[in-house]
Design a protein around this ligand. Sequence first.
Ligand code: AMP
Length: 465
Amino acid sequence: MAFSDLGLVPEILRAVVECGYTEPTPVQAQVIPVALTGCDVMAGAQTGTGKTAGFTLPMLSRLAPFATTSPSPARHPVRALILTPTRELAMQVEESVHTYGKYLPLRTTVVYGGVNMNAQIAILRNGVDILVATPGRLLDHVQNKTVNLSMVQMLILDEADRMLDMGFMPDLRRIIALLPAQRQNMMFSATFSGEIKKLADSMMNAPQLIEVARRNTAAETVRQVVLPVHKERKHALLTHLIKTRQLRQVLVFCGTKLGANRLAQHLSRDGIPANAIHGDKTQQARVEALDQFKQGVIQVLVATDVAARGIDIDQLPCVVNYDMPHAAEDYVHRIGRTGRAGASGEAWSLVSVDELRYLADIERLLGAKIPTEIIPGFEPELGAMPEPARARQPRFDPSKQAAGASTPVSGAAAREALMASPPTRRERVDIEVPDTPPALRAQAAATPVRKQVAALFRPPGNAGN
Ligand code: AMP
């Protein structure tokens, strides 16, 4: 299918051609014709599928008849409202609207929190046709009476699942109550939880359901791999991988702001230019870090989930889960930063033993096991393991591996080794040490399962501790 078959106005087709897009992505091919009819649309599409153009192009096309060069603010009421969960995503959506709408005299602006409101107020006062906003800041403007939503004819919720995760439901309800009842609604969400469906039921009118990628699946162009490693060796492993695999742009996810800062510092000390973005950094610092990353000034951007939301970089080659996400759906969002629009990408998950349960949740959500790869020199230490158990796990034996080569193993086999049930281990200890004094045997038997499993992950040289 060609863009010219979709029914978009010529001004938009021209801008799309200039972007170098040759054909619509699947989500665009399905959403655009439906959205152009004015129907409500509920689309299950994650970041990287081309969803932004999926809603922006028909929105612009439907607003084209209202486009005017008139300077009068009255001729530019807010006609389309796009809500996003974070300021980064809001900024990127606004950029897309500008790019695709460059040949139409429609005014667009973005409002988000964390910055002074005055500049936003001045722009809103001049009249804006398309407003991209985060919910909290939009409500600030509503309260200040610096925005009027009574002419909105199109409401778009981008990454609706994330908005609900972030607790925006009450804000969304307040905003929706301010809009004219007669309007078109479009909702985009990577996942469809019960709460999302409830929200859709409450605000949409017989929406057309469009689900492009299978529900809760990761993009197929992403090569996913699990790298088992002791928690304390994650940083060394990451440095090793980045250096040996010569990746030019790596986005790394950390679970905490402090962890993100520390990792960026460690990597910089290792000679890998890195910076961190998270909620404690100023908006300006975040934008600067993102620009540095896009321009290749820094090789690694370490981010928390919230700060990374919506980062839009073409063909990001590699995403790393330094800390595994605790919510399985975050995994899908995280790895959606790579393998975009058909380009191939890598997603590495550095998994320590205490994170196996999160991995299990993720695999349950994906409906598939993620292949495991052991990196020589970073095998979870088996020093404390009795011989029979070691013999059953040859993939962890560095002596059997070619120097520098990693060993891909089937996810199921590695998982079996990593998650061997604790009673089996205790049984093995008993077999291995038949002459252990009864008192010590009793002590071993009483050792919590957690500690026994943890012994598998001791760093080398620390096996006896
Ligand atoms: P999104 O899922 O909206 O975040 O888009 C992911 C990336 O795909 C963005 O960098 C877009 O510029 C790019 N993109 C969107 N539509 C197309 C298309 N039809 N062909 C090629 N790239 C596209």
